[in-house]
Design a protein around this ligand. Structure first.
Ligand code: IPD
Ligand code: CA
Ligand code: CA
Ligand code: CA
Length: 266
């Protein structure tokens, strides 16, 4: 597996931030946590990891823009490139001692995501993808799952919570999807959920109210693993709509149709 110089920069940044997260995960009860909004937490661990990633990426490419969850956007003098970074995806898991969290880094070129890295330091799983170069979990090439019918599938989702999302709409989607599938999982870190689709662990995934940094790296991972992604309307404006539906060719389509079924009248 040959990585480009740019992907190597992203990997090094993710590994370095991952080390910092691992240290903080070991002392999670001592971390300072602030509340951004209802059930929207940010800890010192998120902030430290974001600084590490931002410093590494901007040192390597000082002209690129930078959009991270925890800091002010840097526009950059290069109009074509932008980093999209979630320094700690799965903060709620992290703060509860659940080892399902990740650093997520993506590179956008002229509006298209061309490279992505998702790293879970708790399991040492490093997901990487570059447009045209395939997707990998550590050194292993990834392929989305091959199942063709929803009744065989395990599907991931995000569940809206206090202060976030349209609870009624989600319950309708859930009611429809749960009646058609073999299982549903809510793992709590969207970047990893998408990486799991790329790895064939989840057959599909849908979630609403996501931000670009939650999805960007996962989108290129799934496409490079032969999968399909759309927004909840079936279009390609995942960032604008803030929604995503993913899977292989068959399951992505089927999940989109089932999740969008109209509200039952009785
Ligand atoms: C959250 C996680 C979670 C998803 C939320 C995200 P954060 O990101 O990805 O799985 O359901 O919508 O905000 O805040 O832990 O980086
Ligand atoms: Ca957050
Ligand atoms: Ca996130
Ligand atoms: Ca985050």
């Amino acid at each position: 597996m040959a990585r480009s110089a740019l992907l190597n920069v992203m990997v090094q940044a993710a590994l370095k931030a991952g080390k910092s997260l691992s240290r903080d995960f070991g002392e999670v009860q001592n971390l300072q946590v602030s509340v951004k909004g209802p059930s929207d937490f940010v800890s010192q661990a998120d902030l430290k990891a974001e600084k590490i990633v931002r410093d590494e990426l901007l040192k390597a490419r000082p002209t690129y823009g930078f959009l991270g969850e925890e800091s002010e956007e840097i526009k950059g003098t290069d109009g074509a490139h932008r980093w999209l970074v979630d320094p700690l995806d799965g903060t709620t898991n992290f703060l509860h001692g659940i080892p399902q969290f990740a650093v997520s880094i993506a590179l956008e070129r002229n509006g298209e995501i061309v490279a992505g890295v998702v790293f879970n330091p708790a399991t040492d799983e490093l997901y990487t993808a570059e447009k045209g170069g395939g997707a990998f979990l550590n050194d292993r090439r990834l392929r989305v799952a091959a199942r063709r019918v929803l009744s065989d599938c395990v599907i991931g989702c995000g569940v809206p919570h206090l202060g976030r999302g349209n609870h009624g709409k989600f319950l309708v989607e859930l009611r429809h999807v749960m009646g058609e599938v073999a299982g549903i999982r809510r793992m709590g870190a969207a970047a990893l959920d998408l990486a799991y689709v790329a790895a064939g662990r989840l057959d599909g995934f849908w979630e609403a109210e996501l931000s670009p940094w939650d999805m960007a790296a996962g989108l290129v991972l799934i496409r490079e693993a032969g999968g399909f992604v759309s927004d909840m309307r079936g279009g390609t404006d995942m960032f604008g709509e803030r929604t995503v539906v993913a899977g292989n060719e068959h399951i992505q389509k089927a999940l989109l149709e089932v999740a969008n079924r109209p509200v039952p009248t009785r």
